[in-house]
Design a binder for this molecule. Structure first.
Ligand code: HEM
Length: 478
């Protein structure tokens, strides 16, 4: 009896959802063929492919149904800032809470992304940033010594480029930001391996599509990481008022219990270490597969050889263009908000649309501006000098239909939501690439090898990751 009632109730809800029709001034509505589920499978399988298809069908704004939720996707990059600045109608905390629970098994009821970002900004700027960068450089230089690498000078070693870059930059970042008890090379390797086990499953955890075995792997990796990341085991450097120390203090002031505190540490580990390593991989991967770009970057580094270490990173327009181009091709975060009240938005062509309360709004800069063929010619190609003017200065002017676009690429988020760690991230990636190109011989095992394809399930989760790896061999120069 109860089951029949529940079934009927379910059917009634299903019918109610299925009945949704497009109202006047609302974006085109595309519910897909499958009741309730709508486009969920295609969206999850390869968000870039699906949203590109929808853009071709409907234009720069449309509403799709996915797993019972109606999602309006906005792809007009010139109005991202204006739309997302309305934090009253568009809430970013609700969905963030859902993801935190699913991925990190973490419940932070008072989590406020605005104040988190302000706190991080204070610690990742000015003299704190200088100190952090210098500590990062020391840590990296230590990690690439022959003894730490377990390698004799001039002895060749094989590895996958993704593993090589990610593990090195993860360890560097972990030592710098988390300055921890677990800091000998075996312990560092162990924490990286567990982190990767967890990181690999992240898209599935977010979509709750993990199977039983994957659930167990994720749980076991999380348990180990939580244990290692317990705040009292980390060197919080309170005297230097580090970002992490300050964050832990804030959690304690909020009355957050010890178990939740250590879970929050894993969230911060992923936020601070989950994107730089993969970016370094793509930068080096593109350089190794584009000899002209590698030559240009190497020449630029040679030209700065006489500079003091702290000056070496400053005037590097060629490398900066390579990094911008790499981020254009691989930065694919999906910015999601919950629509709290009906809201009118205006596109850059003046057309107005109505957003409906209870829906979600998604902005996906990867599709536009980054891969927009009207802004970037042959957008799928890596062109190392795309962000360089003919006189060697940074190119900032890009156009669409005759109008200058506000941003040719949005890897660090939109105006009100910029990544607070971006300068530190750039500095770490640069330091790693410069160190490898000056202190190592590093080459492809197969000279004709191509970059691996992207793992399409990672669209929406920050920097993309490859579906395979690129085999390299390397040695420390004598
Ligand atoms: C290539 C590397 C990186 C990329 C592409 C990147 C990108 C982003 C983006 C797009 C956001 C905004 C997310 C949103 O609000 O929707 C963000 C937030 C953030 N990033 Fe980064 N990031 C990188 C590296 C780093 C590093 C190295 C640090 C610190 C050491 C860092 C610290 C943060 C923090 C603290 C936040 C705020 C998270 C929150 O909402 O609580 N990021 N990052």
């Amino acid at each position: 009896m109860m089951w029949t009632a529940l079934l009927l109730l379910g059917l009634a809800v299903l019918l109610l959802y299925a009945r949704r029709t497009r109202r006047r001034n609302e974006p085109p509505l595309d519910k897909g063929m499958i009741p309730w589920l709508g486009h969920a499978l295609e969206f999850g399988k390869d968000a870039a492919k699906f949203l590109t298809r929808m853009k071709q069908k409907h234009g720069d704004i449309f509403t799709v149904r996915a797993a019972g939720q109606y999602i309006t996707v906005l792809l007009d990059s010139n109005c991202y800032d204006a739309v997302l600045s309305d934090v009253v109608s568009l809430d970013q905390t609700g969905y963030a809470q859902v993801l935190m629970k699913r991925i990190f098994s973490l419940n932070l009821p008072n989590h406020n992304p605005e104040s988190e970002k302000k706190r991080a900004e204070m610690h990742f700027q000015g003299s704190a940033l200088t100190q952090l960068c210098s500590s990062m450089q020391n840590n990296l230089q230590h990690l690439v010594t022959p003894s730490e690498m377990g390698l004799k000078v001039s002895e060749w070693k094989k590895d996958g480029l993704f593993h090589f870059c990610y593990s090195l930059l993860f360890k560097t970042g972990y030592l710098t930001v988390f300055g921890a008890e677990k800091n000998n090379s075996a312990a560092l390797a162990e924490i990286y391996e567990e982190f990767r086990r967890f990181d690999k499953l992240l898209p599935k955890l977010a979509r709750t599509t993990e199977n039983k075995e994957e659930k167990q792997i994720a749980s076991s990796a999380r348990e180990k990481l939580w244990k290692w990341l317990t705040p009292s085991r980390l060197d919080r450097k309170p005297e230097r008022q580090s970002w992490l120390g300050n964050y832990v203090q804030h959690l304690q002031d909020e009355g957050i219990d010890a178990e939740t505190q250590r879970r929050a540490m894993l969230l911060q580990l992923w936020v601070t270490q989950g994107n730089s390593g993969p970016t370094a991989f793509w930068v080096l991967g593109y350089l190794l597969t584009h000899p002209e770009a590698l030559r240009a970057v190497t020449e630029e580094i040679q030209g700065g050889k006489h500079l003091r270490p702290e000056e070496k990173q400053k005037n590097t327009p060629v490398f900066d263009s390579v990094l911008s181009e790499t981020l254009r091709l691989t930065a694919a975060a999906l910015i999601t908000r919950e629509v709290k009240q009906d809201k009118k938005i205006c596109l850059s062509n003046g057309q107005e649309y109505q957003l409906r309360r209870g829906d979600r709004l998604c902005v996906f800069p990867f599709i536009s501006p980054q891969m927009d063929p009207q802004i970037h010619q042959q957008p799928e190609m890596f062109q190392f000098d795309r962000f360089l003017n003919a006189d060697g200065t940074e190119k900032k002017d890009f156009f669409k239909e005759g109008l200058r676009v506000k941003y040719p690429s949005v890897p660090w988020g939109t105006k009100d939501n910029l990544c607070p760690g971006r300068q530190f991230a750039i500095s770490a990636i640069k330091e790693l690439v410069f160190t490898i190109l000056t202190r190592f011989d590093l080459e492809l095992c197969d000279k004709n090898a191509k970059l691996p394809l992207v793992d399409p399930t990672r669209y929406g989760f920050g920097i993309l990751q490859p579906a395979g790896d690129l085999e390299i061999r390397y040695r420390i120069r004598s």
